[in-house]
Design a protein around this ligand. Structure first.
Ligand code: F42
Length: 333
């Protein structure tokens, strides 16, 4: 099992630098930086991180081919690969519909857009001159004028069956926003179909649980810290996922109402109360180091090969990163 960590660039660059260095020293192998236009720019932050770290692999988790052209993505990630001495990884996904609506981007044909973007980016990273006549992208002899991107692994963010299959077919790995083994059992079928179609070995493919994690020595503190994050996941989950886990509609509606109240009146205590223990178990990996180790073992059996500690990480980020490094990561080495 490999370990990664996710950071949202919503704080100053030196705070991110501090946490990523701490994660590196604690034994994490990957750091994934989220990409939304309203946060700090992902490649600016990655540049700082590439210069200030030594071993940790790093990349956007995930960028998308709506905001920026695949040519610019290839150039940006090759630059990060050069600065970091070959540690770049590229996470790319279809992007966030709600965010796109705010900036006038239409979320059309996500599958084909990802497919074509990955094909083009790979060729550019390999130093090829790209002629491409796709449904979405047209390239006429485009080529990067520096050679620094060859071999950068491409991970695709995916949840739906078609995107999972495409990720397995085209990618070096898949980033799946989920924390429960059941979601990976379901994903396995699509991933295996994609690998088979591309005649690829499972051993070389990285199946990543991009999870909501909260770790603390005190179980209650860890669980409480995960509640707001889990509330957002519950409210935004597709019906198929809610049904897969047998969540009652009335309980889900209570979370949605509580979130509306929190936005209208600032009642975040109500959000915490609306999140049940069952929801915490389904949508997060939260508890003591022993609880987390047990869950990671279950995820491993369900085919997961990398666990990413995503928000909130814990009630005290610094202590939780150190705790994961001291008590969890060594159990899997
Ligand atoms: N999104 C961000 O914007 N920023 C992030 O930092 C970010 C991080 C992240 C990390 C892990 C992860 O798994 C996802 C992350 N995301 C992030 C979200 C990501 O960008 C994608 O929105 C998400 O992963 C896509 O989810 P999905 O696999 O469910 O794909 C969508 C498009 C979907 O609906 N897929 C369906 C499926 O079965 O896979 C198929 C949909 C389909 O068939 N569409 C048709 C088509 O042709 O594409 C018709 C579409 C049309 O045009 O009408």
């Amino acid at each position: 099992m490999k370990f990664g960590i996710e950071f949202v660039p919503d704080s100053k660059y030196y705070e991110l630098e501090y946490y990523v260095k701490l994660a590196e020293d604690s034994g994490f192998e990957y750091t994934w930086i989220t990409d939304h236009y309203n946060n700090r720019n992902v490649y600016s932050i990655l540049t700082v991180l590439a210069m200030k770290t030594r071993n940790i692999k790093l990349g956007p988790g995930v960028t998308n081919p709506y905001h920026i052209s695949p040519a610019l993505t290839a150039s940006a990630i090759a630059t990060i690969n050069e600065i970091s001495g070959g540690r770049a990884v590229l996470g790319i996904g279809a992007g966030d519909k709600v965010t796109f609506e705010r900036i006038g981007i239409t979320w059309d044909k996500p599958l084909n857009r990802i497919k074509e973007a990955v094909q083009v980016i790979r060729q550019l990273l390999d130093g090829k001159s790209v002629k491409f006549d796709g449904e979405i992208f047209k390239f006429n002899g485009a080529r990067l004028s520096f050679k620094a991107g060859a071999g950068v692994p491409i991970y695709i963010g995916a949840q739906g069956p078609k995107m999972l299959q495409l990720a397995a077919e085209l990618g070096d790995g898949v980033l799946i926003n989920a924390s429960h083994p059941k979601d990976f059992e379901v994903a396995k079928e699509s991933i295996e179909a994609g690998l088979k179609k591309a005649n690829k070995s499972k051993d070389k493919f990285d199946t990543v649980a991009y999870a909501a994690m909260s770790v603390d020595k005190k179980r209650e503190d860890a669980r409480n810290a995960a509640k707001v994050v889990v509330a957002f996941i519950v409210a935004g989950s597709p019906q198929t996922v809610l049904e897969r886990h047998g969540l009652k509609e009335e309980d889900v509606n209570k979370v949605r109402e509580a979130l509306n109240n929190a936005f209208a009146k600032g009642d975040w205590g109500g959000v915490n109360k609306s999140v049940t223990e069952e929801m915490l178990d389904i949508f997060s990996i939260s508890g003591t180091p022993d609880d987390v180790i047990q869950r990671i073992n279950e995820l491993s059996k369900a085919g997961v090969t990398q666990v990413v500690a995503g928000s909130p990480i814990g009630p005290d980020k610094k202590k939780s990163i150190q705790l994961i490094g001291k008590e969890i990561i060594p159990k899997f080495k």
